[in-house]
Write a protein that binds this ligand. Structure first.
Ligand SMILES: *Cc1c(COP(=O)(O)O)cnc(C)c1O
Length: 458
């Protein structure tokens, strides 16, 4: 068991959470069509659906709300955020947005034309969709180890640099207006990207003058992994590491709902003056004036303070420690998970957890439903419900390689005891896994199926 890093905070305000009985949960589930997205938050005991916007703000962030300046233009909180972004990321310009995907939409609309290509280690789903929305092609180039659920490579989030070079040679640099790196690599399981990989990617792009943008959502968690795992980085501060990473980039997109430690917010940052001007026009059209971009002044202040808090040593040691503690308890009990755990979540491997359920009977969904029934815990299926595709001609289904259930850990929300409860419930469930039955769709919407589908047990 890894040595525990105790909570580097004490609790000033509490939010009661309700425990339901198993009978109540069964009736809530059947009313929800066995889809956890349709269950009320109030009926969930431990909510591990996502770590996005679900964190707890600090007393300083709450105090920051009271100094919100709600003037339309150039409110004081704009300058707090400008200072934080300039100190941490070092970019000359930034535009606030209401969340990460809005920054993506503005960036891609300003930089891409139909038929362009945008390579990445792995694009997050909103990034992928926003690139396609302007008629361009997202290209994922993860390294081989990133696709192997048993590899213990320390930087499984890295980009395949040779693949990047091949893509440039194949389609031509003029068809690649920018490249991206997602840190940590969310779709790849929250795995980190090394400083060496950022350098190598930059070195490939530089001769072609292709700008590098970083999807910076979990920049602080990534900096922590670099310090822990990368040669020559153990003596650096987390701020120094973040500064080195971003000095290699030409800009970034950010969802402040992750390492901004806020419940809402985001931004787009860059060095290029002309891009700033173009993107600023689009921001005014879609989000709001240059200095608030869809956020209240008080929100800007919460993000400014949160960005700095996220680089706190003890906070990160505790947070990443919580994730690895939960993973280790499950591993010790023989529960199959993706290894090693990333920065923000533990992923159960539903195919190995429920080997008796074939993929067409949705083992991931069966596991998510069983977890809620057993303990009022809400997780999310990342498997066939989300990704299986039907061939229009043959009517045949293609199932994804991995059938996962993600347990995302909200920031500063749950205690050690909560995590022990989650581990106990999963270990108990694992002991009686052969009782768990498969599921099938009773309603299957045409796209983004997982949000509104309905199911029943086979
Ligand atoms: C959450 C996330 C986004 C999108 O941010 P939203 O605030 O949800 O719009 C983009 N990239 C990554 C890696 C994310 O985790």
């Amino acid at each position: 068991m890894p040595r525990l890093v105790p909570e580097p905070y004490r609790i000033k305000v509490v939010e009661p959470i309700r425990q339901t009985t198993q009978a109540e949960r069964l009736s809530l589930l059947s009313a929800a069509g066995f889809n956890l997205f349709a269950v009320r938050s109030e009926d969930v005991y431990i909510d591990l659906l996502t770590d996005s916007g679900t964190g707890a703000m600090s007393d300083s962030q709450w105090a920051g709300l009271m100094v919100g300046d709600e003037a339309y233009a150039y409110c004081r909180n704009y300058f707090s955020l400008k200072d934080a972004i300039s100190d941490i990321f070092g970019f000359r310009h930034f535009l606030p947005t209401h969340q990460g995907r809005a920054a993506e939409k503005v960036l891609f609309s300003a930089m891409l034309k139909p038929g362009d290509y945008v390579p990445s280690n792995t694009h997050f789903d909103t990034t992928h969709a926003n690139i396609e929305a302007v008629g361009a092609h997202p290209v994922d180039l993860p390294i081989r180890q990133g696709l192997d659920p048993t590899s213990h490579f320390p930087f499984k989030g890295n980009m395949d640099v040779d693949g990047l070079l091949r893509l440039i040679e194949e389609v031509g640099a003029d068809r690649i207006p920018l490249a991206m790196l997602t840190i940590t690599n969310n779709s790849g399981g929250g795995q980190p990207v090394s400083l060496a990989n950022v350098r190598a990617v930059k070195a490939v792009l530089a001769p072609y003058h292709i700008p590098l943008f970083i999807d910076a959502c979990r920049y602080a968690e990534n900096a922590y992994f670099i310090r822990q795992r990368e040669a020559g980085c153990s003596d650096k501060t987390l701020s120094q590491i973040a500064a080195e990473v971003f000095a290699l980039a030409d800009g970034c997109t950010m969802s402040a709902k992750k390492d901004g430690l806020a419940n809402m917010g985001g931004f787009l940052a860059m060095n290029d003056d002309r891009l700033f001007e173009r993107a600023g026009q689009l921001l005014i059209l879609w989000e709001g004036f240059l200095t608030y971009g869809g956020l209240a002044g008080r929100d800007l202040e919460a993000v400014a303070r949160g960005l700095r808090e996220a680089l706190d040593e003890r906070y990160l040691a505790h947070r990443i420690g919580q994730v690895s503690y939960l993973a280790q308890r499950l591993l010790d009990a023989g529960v199959p998970i993706l290894e090693p755990p990333g920065g923000h979540a533990v992923y159960l491997d539903a195919r190995r957890f429920l080997p008796h359920i074939p993929q067409e009977q949705l083992p991931g969904q069966a596991l998510v439903v069983s977890l809620y029934l057993a303990g009022g815990i809400r997780a999310v299926e990342i498997g066939s419900v989300m990704f299986a595709t039907k061939n229009r001609q043959t009517g045949e289904w293609k199932y994804p390689e991995l059938e996962l259930v993600r347990l995302a850990i909200p920031r500063r929300v749950y205690t050690q005891t909560h995590l022990d409860y989650v581990a106990d419930m999963i270990i108990e469930l694992n002991a009686r896994r052969s009782d768990i039955r498969g599921m099938r769709f009773t309603y299957e919407p045409p796209f983004l199926r997982h949000f509104t589908a309905r199911f029943e047990f086979v």
